[in-house]
Design a protein around this ligand. Structure first.
Ligand SMILES: NC(=O)c1ccc[n+]([C@@H]2O[C@H](COP(=O)([O-])OP(=O)(O)OC[C@H]3O[C@@H](n4cnc5c(N)ncnc54)[C@H](O)[C@@H]3O)[C@@H](O)[C@H]2O)c1
Ligand SMILES: O=C(O)[C@H](O)COP(=O)(O)O
Length: 416
């Protein structure tokens, strides 16, 4: 842009030899303003310093001492405009950065200021840019990104054909080396995620990275498993999550974890995850909330699920990084806790029928070629109803229908 190379190249190819027309400017000794001093802004600064440019900049997050280390003097925007010979933007496109460079800014800059946008279309107001290129207030523009990509609207013909405009079709990351690095990075992120070692670089799930941290993983597993248990209760419209453990600091991921379990338990859809669970819950009208309890029970979560006009309380405790224990449903407790893993079948029966209840379950499972590797019975409530749960072997992800079992009421089977 400073040396008019694309324009000179194009005219030479057309047979012209215009040496005077394309005389340019040196970068040496000029001031470059860099807006956004993140990964790219910093690298731009280091490279342009080697041309002898003075680098000034602005970034609300990067402290002045830090930018000083890479040779950028941090200044407020109103001090930047009158000093800049060149301005380059390396910020995300967010409401605060839309039209960051506009008519007002151009009017505060030196006549002939040159601007570069290789970040996102719209950070420089394109209509203002056209006006200022035409008036000469802007002495040149380099654009790799556009509000409309590809830029088809009529007004782009005028903007892109301005003599001082150098433009490329969003080529910033288009090198074989960069594409290879992106592919490797994404593959590594998948491997890390599936090994359960955490999540790096997800932009659409802030809470996901938090959820996958080593200290939060047991909570994640517990919340999801209890969410699956709520799917046994029926059509749930609301789940209140109560954290009983004061040591639990970060709770933002709990609703997504609980409802991912609930929706997976309800639909069997294995594609439900921490990212899509909340939007799906919204679609289904399921509401979630989180509160901290005054009572103190280490590693314990309580879910209160609303089904119609009834409320059911499900409580669990973290047993390890990979497993939670169900300690009670509706105040009916499981002595020692029920490990929530593998295939579990849920029944209700009367508290007094213990032995006969278990043999009914075993008989019903045998008819379907399954056996029970463990049987659990909760305490009975005031109505004398207790929960019975069988761990099924062989393990199966299929749902098992034991509704024809006699002597005990089949509720549901779930794979944890
Ligand atoms: N043209 C291309 O092909 C291409 C290639 C890669 C990246 N990009 C774009 O380049 C931009 C920068 O990428 P990056 O990797 O350096 O991002 P980054 O997140 O490392 O840095 C962005 C910086 O902008 C700062 N910032 C946010 N709001 C600001 C504001 N109002 N004023 C000043 N600074 C502000 C942030 O604090 C951050 O330090 C992004 O928009 C990215 O999408 C474009
Ligand atoms: O954000 C980016 O990485 C760049 O704008 C590149 O976008 P692309 O992957 O569409 O080339």
């Amino acid at each position: 842009m400073a040396r008019n190379i694309p324009q000179a190249c194009a005219t030479l190819k057309n047979g012209a030899w215009d040496r005077k027309l394309f005389s340019g400017n040196e970068l040496y000794g000029k001031t470059l303003a860099i807006l956004g001093l993140g990964r790219i802004g910093k690298e731009v600064a280091l490279r342009m310093q080697s041309y002898g440019m003075k680098t000034i900049g602005y970034d609300p997050i990067v402290p002045a001492e830090v930018s000083k280390e890479f040779g950028v003097e941090s200044l407020p925007l109103d001090k930047i405009w009158p000093q800049a010979d060149f301005i380059t933007v390396h910020v995300p496109l967010i409401p605060q950065t839309k039209h960051l460079i506009n008519d007002d800014v151009f009017s505060r800059c030196k006549k002939g200021v040159r601007v570069v946008n290789v970040a996102r279309g719209g950070i420089i107001d394109e209509e203002s840019l056209l006006r200022n290129l035409k008036s000469g207030q802007c002495g040149g523009a380099g654009l790799d990104v556009f509000v409309e990509e590809p830029p088809k609207s009529e007004y782009y013909k005028e903007l892109l054909n301005q003599p001082k405009m150098v433009c490329t079709p969003h080529l910033g990351a288009s090198t074989s080396e960069a594409q290879l690095r992106v592919a490797e990075e994404i593959a590594e992120q998948f491997v890390t995620f599936f090994k359960g070692e955490g999540l790096v670089g997800a932009v659409n799930a802030g809470s996901l990275a938090v959820a996958m941290s080593a200290s939060n993983k047991p909570w994640l597993i517990l919340a999801r498993s209890l969410g699956i248990v709520t799917s046994v209760l029926g059509s749930v419209s609301n789940i209140e999550i109560t954290v009983q453990d004061p040591n639990m600091k970060e709770t933002s991921f709990l609703p997504a974890a609980v409802v991912s379990g609930h929706l997976y338990g309800t639909t069997g859809d294995k594609n439900i995850n921490l990212i899509n669970a909340m939007p799906l819950a919204n679609e289904k009208g399921i509401k979630l909330s989180v509160a901290k309890s005054d009572s103190v029970e280490p590693k314990t979560l309580k879910l209160t699920a609303t089904v119609g006009s009834a409320k059911f309380v499900v409580v669990g405790k973290s047993a390890s990084d990979n497993m939670g224990l169900l300690t009670s449903i509706d105040n009916n407790s499981f002595a020692g806790g029920l490990p929530m893993d593998g295939s579990l079948v849920f029944f209700t029966g009367t508290g007094s029928q213990a032995g006969s209840g278990f043999s009914s379950i075993e008989a019903a499972l045998a008819k379907k070629n399954y056996a029970a590797s463990a049987l659990y019975r909760s305490t009975a409530g005031q109505d004398q109803v207790a929960w019975y749960v069988a761990r099924v072997t062989p393990d199966t992800k299929e749902s098992i229908d034991l509704s024809d079992s006699t002597g005990i009421k089949f509720i549901s089977s779930k794979y944890f």
